[in-house]
Design a binder for this molecule. Structure first.
Ligand code: CO
Length: 150
């Protein structure tokens, strides 16, 4: 009896910290069918940094089916995409120094994985943010909303 009470106390104690901590990482998969695995990411402003892990779970090459994960205000999305297309594959289809880009991963091919981080305190609660792939022709299908929460 005494032992089981101790066990319960240990389980409660060890579980408590996790329930208070916000999830400060999101994993997004991208595939050969030009799809992200999610269209919605929530970012807590309590996170010091937020990390996005991009996994290309397909087999196709970067040249044929490259993917990246780029974040900007929704209003800037198509300007960022068009500037990235002009910048070309050598720049991972993201214009170098594009100030509209809040975060961007490298461009990757099938079987590869990459990540990026950003500071959630630089985002406005209630702002409109979108993430998307800047590979030519992908953003109309590979996109989603990023929502800032407390
Ligand atoms: Co793509």
């Amino acid at each position: 009896m005494r032992y089981s009470c101790l066990l319960v106390a240990l389980v409660l104690f060890s579980a408590a910290p996790a329930s208070f901590a916000a999830n400060c990482t999101a994993t997004v998969e991208a595939n050969d069918a030009m799809q992200f695995s999610t269209e919605h990411i929530e970012v807590s402003q309590s996170c010091e940094t937020f990390k996005v892990v991009l996994k290309h779970v397909g087999d196709l090459s970067l040249q044929a089916m490259g993917h990246d994960w780029v974040l900007s205000e929704t209003n800037d999305m198509w300007d960022v995409v068009n500037a990235g297309n002009t910048a070309g594959v050598d720049n991972g289809y993201v214009k170098p120094g594009d100030e509209r880009v809040i975060a961007a991963t490298d461009l990757i091919g099938g079987g590869e994985q990459t990540s990026t981080t950003f500071d959630p305190s630089k985002l406005e609660k209630g702002g409109n943010y979108s993430f998307y792939c800047t590979f030519p022709g992908h953003a109309s299908q590979m996109k989603g909303e990023l929502v800032v929460v407390e």
